[in-house]
Design a protein around this ligand. Sequence first.
Ligand code: SAM
Length: 217
Amino acid sequence: MTARGSRSAHRAAQADAFDRIGERYDEAFPYKGGQIASAEWVLRKLRPGARVLDVGCGTGLPTARQFVDAGCHVTGIDISPVMLELADKHVPEADLRRVDVVDLDATLGRFDAVVAYFSLSMLPRGEIMSALLKLHELLVPGGWLAVGMVEMDVDDVLIQVLGAPVRMTGYPRCSLRAVVEEAGFSVREQMDLAYVPANDGDPLEMQIFLNCRRNTF
Ligand SMILES: C[S@@+](CC[C@H](N)C(=O)[O-])C[C@H]1O[C@@H](n2cnc3c(N)ncnc32)[C@H](O)[C@@H]1O
């Protein structure tokens, strides 16, 4: 299979998994304090009417809703049609599009801020750097980026999420920071938070949030 063919098979499987998970997603992952705090940090940097891109917007909750409620113009992208339908119900004011993060281009215009909470984790490591470089291009000089990922030292491994097979990638926290810095961002704030899952027996995880500024070069 060609690299493009294997990428499209990878994405079709990921989209299918999130289509299956979609209706149960918010109930299964109810604790979003770190993500909300990270988005608040970004909001403090923005002027009214700022343009914000939510990468892998999922159901639109809480993040796209949070930015719209604060007066931002939000574009949300996702590869799962079910997630996008849910986002449309929760955040009808947002411009929602079925776009893969690695296919983003200048047609969407430039953004004052980009947030990617637990969506870059859905790419193999080899594609995370190209995605970050795309986000760098789409941000205005000095624009803001927030990334959230679960701390894990794995590359594109298959795990079961709510009974659906999802491929996930993660980094140890220092390596994640190094990847983001290499893509042209300076990390202004890092939050490492223990996340207690909603279901007994599921493992405790560490969530890493990096609040960053785009370097001007
Ligand atoms: C773990 S969920 C996180 C959703 C939301 N950001 C949140 O924090 O609640 C990951 C989302 O990323 C989307 N996704 C996965 N791969 C993607 C890709 N290559 N481009 C855009 N979205 C993607 C999935 O469909 C899913 O909605």
